[in-house]
Design a protein around this ligand. Structure first.
Ligand code: HEC
Ligand code: HEC
Ligand code: HEC
Ligand code: HEC
Ligand code: HEC
Length: 196
């Protein structure tokens, strides 16, 4: 799979570096690169409802995706754009949003309440020796679905991809041949582009 003739001096140094951090990284990531990981979350937020049925676009909430490395998890204020008004049957799940934002019964900030960001559990996470940038992919026209699967059909988020090196490199090879949405791209295969 790896073509050793590609290894330059710089790449060799990266490889050594990568290997140096490997034991720790591998220890908690095995087995299977966390594919299928779908942890419970502190609030029963459903992508199927919000991104599917209600049709809210991904970037309404993940507004970093086309402008930074991180797609980002939305702050509670984004939820409150709607849930300040929408609270079906005094839902205990929606109450958690009001608590997080320190809102009182009158929907104003209650100084007696502590602000507490929602402690969402992280699902996708590359090892720290890998460099990944959302904006490069999203701006080039790669759909979220290519790496995250049919999120709009998931009640609870699940990691559908392996996020292994082979997945990245295979796609980079493919898009260099086919382009993305009819546009030519250059997705690098250099070790140093993906590795610190
Ligand atoms: C209404 C806001 C909202 C919309 C719309 C939304 N998301 Fe999310 N997304 C969240 C929140 C909140 C979380 C963290 C809680 C969770 O994992 O369910 C999250 C988590 C995720 C994660 C997992 C993050 C991690 O920890 O690895 C992915 C991937 C994701 N969303 C992709 C998408 C995609 C793709 C779409 C569009 C099809 C989308 N989201 C639409 C709010 C939203
Ligand atoms: C664009 C409007 C909108 C935004 C933004 C939004 N929601 Fe919702 N949400 C709704 C609607 C509409 C419902 C369904 C209400 C119903 O069942 O009548 C809902 C339902 C829910 C429910 C289910 C409540 C229950 O007990 O039935 C939860 C939990 C929830 N949203 C959490 C969130 C979170 C967390 C965010 C921010 C990450 C968020 N929502 C952002 C519109 C929104
Ligand atoms: C080329 C693959 C790829 C594409 C396309 C992609 N993602 Fe991701 N996403 C990842 C990887 C890999 C991670 C883990 C990144 C890390 O650990 O630094 C991730 C992490 C996330 C997270 C967790 C928080 C963060 O920013 O790290 C969210 C939310 C997310 N993606 C949403 C989206 C949305 C929404 C889109 C489309 C607008 C999208 N992603 C497109 C691969 C992708
Ligand atoms: C679905 C196809 C696809 C997958 C999967 C994918 N990429 Fe990419 N990648 C691209 C495209 C397309 C570009 C943008 C090329 C351009 O802008 O011309 C890109 C660009 C990049 C860049 C910027 C390259 C540069 O020259 O600066 C990095 C870094 C990168 N990808 C890392 C990753 C990593 C790490 C993974 C796996 C976690 C991954 N990619 C998975 C298609 C993909
Ligand atoms: C397009 C991005 C990309 C490119 C190019 C790339 N890698 Fe990787 N590499 C990754 C990702 C992502 C991982 C993490 C996989 C995981 O979680 O185990 C990784 C992991 C590794 C590991 C750890 C062992 C393993 O397989 O998990 C080594 C060593 C490594 N890469 C060396 C290299 C070398 C040498 C090159 C150049 C020939 C290279 N990589 C090019 C994305 C890339």
């Amino acid at each position: 799979m790896l073509n050793s003739r590609r290894l330059t001096v710089g790449a060799g140094a990266v490889l050594v570096l990568s290997l140096a951090v490997l034991p720790r990284a591998v220890a908690w990531r095995l087995p299977g690169h966390n594919q299928g990981f779908a942890p419970g979350q502190p609030i029963a937020f459903s992508h199927r409802l919000h991104a599917g049925d209600l049709g809210i676009t991904c970037q309404y909430c993940h507004f970093g995706a086309d402008r930074s490395r991180y797609a980002g998890i939305p702050p509670v204020q984004v939820c409150l754009n709607c849930h300040r008004y929408v609270n079906p049957n005094d839902s205990p799940e929606i109450q958690k949003l009001y608590d997080a934002a320190g809102l009182g019964d009158d929907m104003n900030r209650d100084p007696a309440k502590r602000l507490q960001p929602v402690a969402w559990v992280r699902v996708h996470e590359l090892p720290s020796f890998v460099r990944f940038d959302h904006s490069r992919h999203v701006v080039a026209g790669v759909n979220c679905r290519e790496c995250h699967g049919p999120v709009e059909r998931m009640d609870r988020i699940r990691q559908t991809a392996t996020l292994a090196m082979g997945m990245c490199v295979n796609c980079h090879r493919r898009v260099n041949r086919t382009g993305v949405n009819g546009r030519a791209v250059h997705a690098s295969l250099d070790c140093g582009v993906c590795h610190y």
